[in-house]
Design a protein around this ligand. Structure first.
Ligand SMILES: Nc1ncnc2c1ncn2[C@@H]1O[C@H](COP(=O)(O)OP(=O)(O)O)[C@@H](O)[C@H]1O
Ligand SMILES: [Mg+2]
Length: 375
């Protein structure tokens, strides 16, 4: 065997069908800039907003994002298909100009789904990869689906004994059949409340509601993203996050030093889309978070518990509120957290002694190591 054939081939998936399409492209550009090409062959696949897969590369993504930092991945070039089952891991390529011709593409050893949100981080792509007998980085089908759904995520956290804040779930059926009762349940939480699509991300569709008059508009906004909503009582506390990385084989997962998100201006009353990705001044991240040692330690343990509560694999970022009276309330886990060179997940690991390149390598190694099928 030649050396090059001993190099595992990693397929990076980016873009995708969710509202976090462009964030995913930025993540992919970051990973492509840091992955060890001596160790891995890399195949990059861009997924259009309407769900078609195309072969792409680092140069193309760089040019695309230089023109527009929040670009859409275009339907251009060779379209990619996965064979399902039978142990065949070679991509099939079809040129959009001649659909009758199928070309054999590279054989894939492991997929890195750098996708956020629905149709990426929610178990759907994970299911497809399971069907195709392909190993992949990160959480499996069930844990991805639970981690995407702010309703079932809380159910899993509660079952594991983690502290979650007061919340109500409003399904579309409940809203259509009896909006009055839904409003009453929300009212009982007390204002302010956070109205959220159950399955979105990057703060899309989330509104902080300070009074009953603002409620219906917030519900309408959240419904643009998801028919199912989660409404939460506003929690007063510091936002502390912790990065979790799986252990090898049956070893325990590891947690990074925690980091903190600090809102810097009053225009953004919470960590919304703008303060996450657009405004450079509205939020600051502090790594490590300035916490008493015992609190930091407790938070790291809770982060690992949260990862296990959703049956996590590979990685997750666990986000908490640290209240003034000392409670660590879990907000959410992200099973494919932002992963750009400036993202918290990466920064927290760097702060704990793991570089971006090492982190990428570690995630791919963990994925290559794990068996196919039920684990
Ligand atoms: N219950 C809450 N109390 C106070 N702030 C909240 C609450 N829920 C969300 N937030 C604020 O909104 C931001 C986004 O909410 P989050 O649930 O993390 O959604 P996403 O999955 O889009 O990141 C949080 O980072 C925090 O600033
Ligand atoms: Mg969040």
């Amino acid at each position: 065997m030649t050396l090059s054939s001993q190099k595992p081939t990693v397929a990076l998936l980016c873009g995708g069908r969710s509202s976090e399409h462009s964030i995913s492209l930025i993540t992919a550009r970051g990973v492509l800039g840091a992955i060890d090409y001596e160790k891995y062959n890399v195949v990059t696949i861009g997924i259009t907003r309407d769900g078609r897969w195309f072969l792409t590369d680092e140069d193309f993504l760089n040019r695309l994002l230089e023109e527009n930092a929040l670009a859409d991945f275009p339907a251009e070039g060779k379209q990619v298909f996965l064979p399902l089952g039978g142990g065949d891991n070679r991509l099939r390529l079809i040129d959009s100009k001649d659909e009758t011709h199928v070309e054999m593409g590279p054989a894939i050893d492991v997929v890195f789904p750098l996708l956020h949100g629905p149709f990426g981080e929610d178990g759907t792509v994970q299911g497809l990869l399971e069907m195709a007998d392909l190993r992949y980085v990160g959480c499996g089908v069930a844990s991805s689906a639970i981690g995407m759904d702010k309703h079932f995520m809380k159910v899993a956290f509660e079952a594991a004994g983690l502290e979650v804040g007061p919340y109500e779930v409003i399904t579309h059926r409940q809203w259509v059949q009896n909006p009055g009762q839904a409003r009453e349940r929300i009212q009982a939480l007390g204002y302010p409340v956070f109205v959220k699509p159950a399955r979105a991300g990057s703060s899309f569709g989330i509104t902080k509601v300070n009074s009953a008059e603002q409620l219906d508009a917030a519900i309408e906004e959240a419904h643009k993203y998801d028919p199912k909503l989660v409404i939460e009582a506003g929690i007063l506390g510091r936002e502390i996050e912790c990065a979790v990385l799986d252990g090898h084989r049956s070893a325990n997962p590891l947690a990074s030093h925690p980091g903190e998100i600090v809102m810097m201006d009053r225009e953004h009353s919470f960590y919304d889309f703008e303060s996450k990705y657009v405004s450079k001044t509205s939020a600051e991240t502090r790594c490590p978070a300035d916490l008493p040692t015992d609190v930091a330690q407790q938070l790291r343990e809770l982060a690992v518990e949260a990862f296990l509560a959703v049956d996590g694999e590979g990685l997750c970022r666990a986000d908490f509120f640290y209240t003034e009276d000392g409670h660590l309330v879990i907000n959410e886990v992200n099973t494919m957290p932002g992963f750009t060179p400036i993202s918290m997940y990466k920064t927290m690991w760097e702060n704990t002694g793991v570089s971006y390149a090492q982190l990428i390598d570690e995630l791919i190694t963990l994925a290559l190591e794990r068996p196919l099928g039920l684990r």
